[in-house]
Design a binder for this molecule. Structure first.
Ligand SMILES: Nc1nc2c(c(=O)[nH]1)N[C@H]1C(S)=C(S)[C@@H](COP(=O)(O)OP(=O)(O)OC[C@H]3O[C@@H](n4cnc5c(=O)[nH]c(N)nc54)[C@H](O)[C@@H]3O)O[C@H]1N2
Ligand SMILES: Nc1nc2c(c(=O)[nH]1)N[C@H]1C(S)=C(S)[C@@H](COP(=O)(O)OP(=O)(O)OC[C@H]3O[C@@H](n4cnc5c(=O)[nH]c(N)nc54)[C@H](O)[C@@H]3O)O[C@H]1N2
Ligand code: SF4
Ligand SMILES: [Mo]
Length: 841
């Protein structure tokens, strides 16, 4: 760094020298230069190793313990919870205090940590965007580049020009966070004064809407141990054997099974969860769930099986008797179901033609659910990740309520399903206020960029934060990805590819070379959770904290996100405000500061507010703290047992929503379109009942993979051996198309084309195709994706309440001569060689 640059950046000579020395010290210790760092010594016994308790990470549905066994600064083995670390006897594993045992992904983490795709140095693009050509640069060059571009863009395009696309990759730590609400990037761009936020959650935006409208909160979930008390569990679009929703869900469901619980699966595919629990499988046409639930409600009403006492006491708008006085003339739920106003009873026979489920089955299930007490209808998110997905979620809540299964142990009111709340943030929240300049629906950024300024509010789900900026369309010129691989994961990637060409700055902060990173201008190498100090939080279910010490030194030149943002903030003039406990040399010396944040979090929040009687030092020594509750946590138990009001305008469970009923001008809302005040079946824009099936006869759903966390772990060879990225289709469809298992096929629609092998089975209903999300996109010269990433086929058109319509997709399928490449195995390794060869080593 030159002296002029040092003085321009307002560095003292002392901090300048420290920085230079630090840089050299790090370069001297580069791991990949040191052959020993990668040497395997296979027969090391535990006595020869240091054992460190930490937690697994990422947005995977759980948060388990990982125990690192290391030799020097290298992790040579990973194991998991044995029950002993919280101070209990070895092997403690009870219903109250279960072990937090890692899955195969977590146990293979070493291969991700030390993978060839690991990003070790800052890299700058030298070719065209997306071409994948980068050169190694110093941190100094990288940060100067970013800071200068940021100032230029803000000056030229105003306060909404930088798009925050942080997401949950670094989730569920308390200090190194990447979410949109309390994450590090939001505050950084906000304090800088140039930020468009991305407001919608891909996972469950329709469900969020539903939970808020119906219950006034998204904390409508029980803790997983409550499942052990159910007599009937209906897995509605839920496959916990694959898509984890909590760390011990399966354990508690197995307890339920052992105690005689019956299981049902409503899903277009017969899942491994259904096999495990010997569930009654009801295959359903995708996206028709609201119709089937309406038909169940119909059968329950006409046979008077509803819990009328519960309805009268706790619900608004379930029937005429529970309508509020001010809306007596409006349609209530029962009238809609019986067809009083529109002349169409939503009977099982009506639903049969929509859902492809026999009326007799709908009646049988409705009776089972209404008469088995307690029964858990777990309405998962995938059927709500659809066009009008919010209607499915609202309908499920209505059926949960009419059977009185809310607020009781063994029942379920999930929705979003948040339950126990950890103390989740270690920064002083007041100082770090999230600053929003403008907010759009996350997967409409490309639409916004391509059509600016001729964009209507509802097209991008514009959510005004203040009157001053109300209606102002953001002029997006730059993107930051931190903890997200969103270029690979949002809808309609081909549209994103068009839009990214118009940007002037694309920054990717990641520990790995990712498919998104390939499209960036600058890659900043980020230390993983093994290389920094933090505490791990449960993912929605479970009540515990896991300490995450710095297990090894950061590989290569990686820095934590917090270090990078703090250093950039100093360069941009707000460093002290951004990270008030740090001084200017935090980029090289962060450990004490992080320790202070974490200790304060533990002492002031966990110990003081959650009545935990374990000192910070003791917590660090043990590595885990598990809460013991007297009873399983059940959402809304106090409402039902003690008369507490729900957080809705009426204080009741709102089947008829006060808020929705009172909107008059929908164009003034982020939704843009009318949403009925009671749940209704609304036909999706693409489904097996639509005319588009003439060209695209298959309905594609893209669930989450068992062997990956979205895109994470796609490059792990041993996990790869357990699966294929493939399209699953029914045997009768395959026969008609002349396709056998293992044949390479192309799957396409008007938005894109992907190439994958086929898997032929009876476990997927006819007319339905399944491709798991998260494959690393890999384009050929004609723009065809060879990896089989379904987001080349998904549509970015949003559902009115904001749901990402990931599962509302029609496609066609045929055998092909085109080549499938299962992600980047060879390519990635080769590519990472390119990354290194182009560097100065
Ligand atoms: N292993 C693993 N676990 C994960 C994740 C991961 O990437 N990997 N991701 C986590 C995250 S971020 C999330 S959001 C959750 C997602 O959790 P979910 O939304 O529950 O999971 P999905 O895997 O998308 O879908 C579950 C089931 O829904 C079915 N389905 C799809 N469309 C429909 C429909 O229209 N109707 C019906 N009835 N069924 C349908 C699918 O066939 C699938 O079997 O999972 C979390 N858990
Ligand atoms: N077709 C289809 N597509 C979908 C879905 C679907 O059901 N169908 N589901 C959607 C859903 S629910 C979700 S949640 C999204 C997930 O989409 P993403 O959030 O983009 O998926 P991840 O693969 O988890 O990407 C997280 C990235 O963060 C990085 N990371 C991890 N830790 C850190 C850290 O500490 N710092 C930094 N800077 N980076 C870190 C990881 O290396 C990884 O590259 O996918 C969505 N896409
Ligand atoms: S479920 Fe998630 S947290 Fe648990 S070990 Fe697997 S990847 Fe890690
Ligand atoms: Mo998600």
């Amino acid at each position: 760094m030159s002296n002029t640059l040092a003085s321009r950046l307002n560095l003292t000579r002392r901090s300048f020298l420290k920085m230079s020395a630090g840089t050299m010290a790090i370069a001297g210790g580069l791991v990949h230069r040191d052959g020993k760092a990668f040497a395997y010594e296979p027969y090391l016994r535990d006595d020869d190793l240091t054992t460190v308790v930490t937690s697994c990470a990422h947005n995977c549905g759980s948060r388990h313990m990982l125990v690192a066994h290391k030799k020097g600064d290298v992790i040579v083995r990973l194991s998991s919870d044995t029950g002993e670390y919280q101070g209990d006897p070895w092997n403690t594993d009870t219903e109250e205090v279960p072990q937090l045992r890692a899955c195969l992904r977590g146990r293979s983490y070493r291969l991700r940590l030390y993978s060839p795709e690991r990003l070790l140095f800052p890299m700058m693009r030298v070719g065209e965007r997306g071409e994948g050509k980068f050169k190694r640069v110093s941190w100094e060059e990288a940060l100067s580049f970013v800071a200068e571009k940021m100032e230029y863009i803000k000056e030229k395009y105003g306060p909404t020009a930088l798009l925050d696309q942080s997401y949950a990759g670094a989730s569920w730590g308390v200090l190194h966070k990447s979410d949109q609400i309390t994450g590090l990037l939001g505050r950084f761009l906000g304090m800088f004064g140039c930020r468009t936020s991305s407001w919608s959650v891909p996972s469950y935006q329709g469900t969020t809407f539903s939970s808020k409208m119906t219950f006034g909160t998204i904390k409508d979930g029980n803790e997983d141990d409550a499942f052990a008390h159910s007599k009937l569990i209906i897995m509605w679009g839920w496959n916990p054997a694959y898509t984890f929703h909590g760390g011990n869900t399966f354990y508690y469901m197995r307890l339920a099974k052992q105690r005689g619980c019956k299981f049902v699966l409503i899903d277009p595919q017969h899942t491994d969860s259904a096999s495990t629990y010997d569930a009654w499988w009801i295959p359903i046409r995708p996206n028709t769930d609201a119709a089937m639930l309406a038909a169940m409600a119909h059968h329950i009403f006409v046979n008077n099986l509803q819990d009328q006492e519960f309805i009268d006491k706790f619900c608004q708008g379930m029937d005429a008797g529970t309508m509020p006085d001010w809306a007596k003339d409006r349609e209530n739920f029962k009238d809609y179901i019986l067809g009083t106003d529109d002349g169409q009873p939503k009977s099982p026979e009506w639903a049969e033609s929509i859902c492809g489920v026999k009326a007799a089955d709908i009646k049988k299930l409705a009776e089972m659910y209404a008469t088995t007490k307690p029964a858990a209808l777990k309405a998962s998110w995938a059927p709500g990740r659809n066009a009008y997905g919010e209607q499915y979620n609202r309908m499920a809540a209505a059926v949960q309520a009419m059977t009185g299964n809310i607020g009781v142990l063994g029942g379920s009111s999930e929705g979003v399903g948040k339950a126990w709340s950890p103390k989740s943030t270690a920064y002083p929240q007041d100082k770090y206020k999230n600053i929003w300049k403008q907010s759009i629906k996350s997967d409409r950024w490309a639409h916004c960029v391509l059509n600016y300024p001729n964009v209507k509010r509802e097209e991008i789900g514009l959510w005004p934060r203040s009157d001053k900026t109300d209606g102002q369309i953001p002029n997006i010129k730059g993107i930051f990805w931190q903890g997200s691989d969103w270029f690979n994961q949002l809808t309609n990637i081909n549209k994103e590819i068009e839009a990214i060409k118009k940007l002037e700055l694309v920054v990717c902060m990641d520990s790995t070379i990712t498919p998104s990173g390939i499209w960036a201008d600058i890659l900043l190498p980020i230390a993983t959770h093994f290389e920094r100090h933090d505490a791990g939080l449960p993912w929605y279910k479970g009540h515990y904290y896991i300490h995450r010490p710095k297990v090894i030194e950061p590989l290569g030149e990686s820095k934590t996100d917090f270090q990078v943002f703090t250093e950039l903030a100093y360069r941009l003039g707000f460093g002290e405000n951004y990270n008030p406990k740090a001084t200017r040399d935090y980029f090289y010396n962060n450990e004490q500061v992080d320790e202070v944040y974490l200790r304060e979090w533990w002492e002031n929040q966990v110990m003081a507010k959650q009545h935990v009687d374990l000192s910070w030092e003791e917590f660090k020594k043990r590595g885990v703290y598990k809460f013991k509750f007297k009873h399983p946590h059940v959402a809304f138990q106090d409402n039902v047992e003690k008369g507490k009001k729900w957080y809705t305008p009426s204080g009741k469970i709102e089947i008829f929503s006060t808020k929705l009923a009172r909107y008059t001008d929908w164009t003034k809302t982020a939704y843009g379109y009318e949403i009925p005040a009671i749940p209704k079946w609304i036909e999706p824009w693409e489904w097996l009942g639509s005319e588009k099936t003439q060209d695209y006869p298959f309905h594609l759903v893209s669930p989450h993979p068992r062997w990956r966390t979205h895109t994470i772990y796609n490059n792990i060879g041993i996990l790869r051996e357990t699966y294929e990225q493939e399209v699953t289709i029914n045997a009768s469809d395959a026969k008609r198309l002349g396709i056998k298992t293992g044949d390479t096929v192309e799957v396409w629609n008007g938005r894109g084309k992907v190439v994958v092998p086929a898997y032929v089975t009876e476990r997927c209903m006819p007319g339905v195709a399944v491709i798991h999300e998260g494959a690393w996109m890999d384009l050929d010269e004609n723009g065809v994706d060879r990896s089989g990433n379904p987001d080349f086929l998904t549509d970015d058109n949003p559902s009115p309440a904001g749901a990402f319509a990931y599962n509302t997709v029609l496609v066609n399928i045929k055998k092909t001569e085109l080549a499938h490449r299962p992600g980047w195995d060879k390519l990635a390794t080769a590519r990472s060689q390119v990354f290194r060869r182009e560097s100065s080593f």
